[in-house]
Design a protein around this ligand. Structure first.
Ligand code: ZN
Length: 81
């Protein structure tokens, strides 16, 4: 079992658009189909979703630049689940 199959790569490509509700219908099918069967990507999706919600809330509260930077770094890191 590999921990990164080609479907995951495709899914990661689609993930941002999926979170933005910005995908074509057939891409949504691909993303959802994959998320449905892949624990890794599902967790990644939930992580991104939480992060986005947090960033949205934080942005409206004018968080300090340092903290914003920290969040940006957090997002670039691969979360170790
Ligand atoms: Zn996957």
């Amino acid at each position: 079992m590999t921990d990164h199959d080609p479907g995951c790569e495709r899914c990661e490509e689609l993930l941002q658009g999926y979170l933005d509700r910005d995908l074509a219908p057939e891409e949504v099918v691909v993303a959802e189909g994959h998320l449905d069967g892949c624990d890794y990507c599902r967790r990644r999706y939930r992580f991104e979703e939480r992060l986005r919600r947090y960033i949205r809330v934080s942005a409206s509260e004018r968080i300090p630049v340092g903290l914003r930077q920290k969040l940006a770094e957090l997002r670039d890191e691969r979360p170790a689940f």
